[in-house]
Ligand binder design. Structure first.
Ligand code: NI
Length: 243
């Protein structure tokens, strides 16, 4: 082998190396572009899904019979909800309250004994609210901020002198009247829209079944389930003017 052949071979070798190097670099580059594009699409879809958010809310519990089934179903589906509990129903169901809190649900107040607060003296109304708040605080260390007053009844004095945010609702499937999970879930799915607050009662087995059906159906339609404290304050979530 003479010098010329060695030089030629050397040049060929370097050329081959350069070719292989750039080809792989280009492939790498386009792979990276694909990954960026995929991420962009994912984000766009996520934004699309985030636009449709709804809150499931459950009043009148906890129920020693049905609430745990509901918590199991929500956990399986990785869904967080809001529970407006009654003080007198916490007795004997303390572990359920702890579980709600530990599993990331929002606990709100539904008075101690399901009274119409507007019919009580201010002191008695405060007792109904504070007793329930204290029960929840003693079990979880969480200071309740939200209240759903039974019958939607609230007063100007409570608004100005308590520190609670009032939560109403947009979708009422009348689950207490028609204790049938198909009827109740259909009413919700038919009427629900973005950022609605759905009213249910976890003291009925049919309502628990309806809620889980609604989760499965609305998830397919791109809905995300949030706690009421994740929704913007609007006419259905009203902050009080107290301290
Ligand atoms: Ni109620």
């Amino acid at each position: 082998m003479n010098l010329r052949s060695i030089i030629l071979l050397g040049i060929l070798f370097v050329a081959a190396f350069v070719l292989v190097y750039f080809t792989s670099a280009m492939n790498h580059d386009s792979g990276e572009k694909n990954a960026v594009e995929a991420e962009r699409r994912l984000k766009t879809n996520q934004i699309h899904y985030e636009v449709k958010r709804v809150a499931l809310t459950f009043d009148d519990g906890p129920s020693g019979i049905y609430t745990e089934k509901l918590l199991d179903g929500l956990k399986e589906r990785n869904v967080k909800a809001t529970f407006f509990v009654m003080g007198e129903n916490i007795n004997g169901n303390e572990e359920i309250i702890k579980r709600m809190y530990d599993e990331g649900h929002l606990i709100g107040n539904h008075t101690y004994s399901h009274v119409n607060l507007a019919n009580l003296s201010f002191e008695n109304a405060c007792d109904e609210i504070n007793t329930t708040n204290a029960f929840v605080y003693n079990l979880t260390g969480y200071e309740v901020e939200y209240i759903r007053p039974p019958f939607g009844a609230w007063t100007e004095k409570l608004k100005s002198e308590t520190n609670m945010a009032i939560v109403m609702w947009n979708v009422d499937p009348m689950d207490w009247k028609d204790q049938n999970s198909d009827i109740v879930s259909r009413r919700i799915i038919k009427n629900v829209k973005n950022e609605d607050i759905i009213l249910l009662h976890d003291i009925f087995g049919s309502s628990v079944d309806a809620a889980l059906k609604v989760v499965d159906e609305l998830k397919k339609k791109g809905y995300t389930f949030v706690r009421v404290d994740e929704l913007p304050e609007n006419q259905k979530i009203v902050r009080s003017e107290g301290k």
